[in-house]
Write a protein that binds this ligand. Structure first.
Ligand code: 16G
Length: 249
């Protein structure tokens, strides 16, 4: 089992992987192997003792390397089953759903960390994005979105204050708050663009500066045509696939 992976791991370790503590070197080699798509059968990594045998290093070292990979979301550790290469999440690009809804549907624990929330007059970006007059007050939310402890996206959202009077009204999910207030978005325009993460977003996501991300701008509308949300999200490119059904005509 996992012969190809084991051989490649052995070869790369023998080839030398720089300096630094052993666990960090092993972590780097495993990370590279996963990135290069040389994961084990069904994405399952060899067990700890096997990794210790191949590397010739202690299980403590192996455990530390695996813990580092788990913390950055590269692998997922499942009690009793082993360590799996972190699964990619598939999201529809044509359905108007929320982050929380999508993760829950997959049995994942959607979490949020507020990086900032405030009320301010629209800036030019928001005024154009939401077709609001200069000076219009908006509620701003800057949030880190996570599945359990794994950071998946950073989002900056603006909502006209006429619809969302106070940022504290959003506990976890924006869409749940909007639903409670009777402002359910019914339509949205979305733009997706590939970007390299800047320092701030990369740090929140636990990635290197310049790592690839999917920048998605969503403008969501109420039934009466008012813009209810203008959000710019940065989704990790190593965790997400956006899919859309295409029809003819
Ligand atoms: C998604 C939306 C974002 C929306 C958020 C609401 C994309 C690309 N973006 O992340 O625009 O604000 O969901 O999620 O899908 P929430 O209700 O969990 O806050």
């Amino acid at each position: 089992m996992n012969t190809g992976f084991n051989l490649e791991l052995q070869a790369r370790l023998q080839h030398g992987v720089g300096s630094g503590p052993r666990y960090a070197r092993l972590q780097q080699v495993l990370h590279d192997l996963i990135k290069d798509g040389i994961a084990g059968v069904d994405g399952l990594l060899p067990p700890e003792r096997e990794l210790a045998r191949i590397s010739g290093w202690s299980r403590v070292t192996v455990r530390k390397a695996l813990a580092g990979l788990a913390a950055s979301g590269v692998v997922q550790s499942r009690a009793g089953s082993g360590n799996f290469v972190g699964e990619r999440i598939e999201r529809s690009f044509s359905r108007l759903t929320s982050f929380t809804e999508d993760l829950r549907a997959r049995g994942l624990d959607a979490r949020v960390r507020f990086l900032d929330r405030s009320i301010a007059a629209v800036n030019s970006d928001e005024a154009m994005g939401m077709a609001l007059a200069p000076g219009t007050p908006v509620v701003r939310l800057h949030r880190l979105r996570l599945a359990g402890d794994k950071p998946l996206a950073v989002e900056r959202t603006s909502v006209p204050q006429s619809l969302l009077t106070h940022p504290e009204l959003v506990k976890d999910s924006l869409y749940e708050a909007l639903q409670r207030l009777g402002y359910v978005p019914v339509r949205a325009m979305q733009r997706l663009r590939a970007v390299a993460l800047d320092h701030s977003s990369a740090t929140y996501l636990g990635l290197a500066v310049g790592s690839p991300a999917l920048q998605i701008e969503r403008r969501a509308f109420l039934g009466d045509g008012r813009v209810v949300e203008f959000t710019r999200s940065f989704y990790r490119a190593d965790a997400y696939d956006f899919v859309a059904e295409l029809t003819v005509g």
